[in-house]
Design a protein around this ligand. Sequence first.
Ligand code: AMP
Length: 116
Amino acid sequence: MSEDSIFTRIMNGEIPSDKVYEDDDCICIKDIAPKAPVHLLLIPRKPIPRLVDATAEDQALLGKLMVKAGEIANEHGVGDAFRLIVNNGEQAGQTVFHLHLHILGGKLFSESQLGF
Ligand code: AMP
């Protein structure tokens, strides 16, 4: 069996985190190395390694994460301007192989800037 991801360990309380939201399906924590004044990670409890590993069975969960991301962005005062980023695969910058949505806001993002 593969090892638990750092995010699963956070959910299990084995590693501390700055949690801003949680429910039965997901948690949201502050990123430990923020790239913007608001930098949150919305993480499903289900340990889907990458977005590409999600299946039709995960459709409702992924939809919920999108809606929840908007709500959380609103609650953190960045509902009018934020970026939602999912890095899929090492070459795309993914370092934790447990699906997560980066919610970034509170700074001006240039039009052409794809990364953060
Ligand atoms: P990614 O590179 O898309 O896989 O994003 C992983 C993110 O997790 C990075 O932005 C890290 O700063 C963040 N991260 C890693 N470890 C922790 C942790 N213990 N608590 C909060 N954020 C973390």
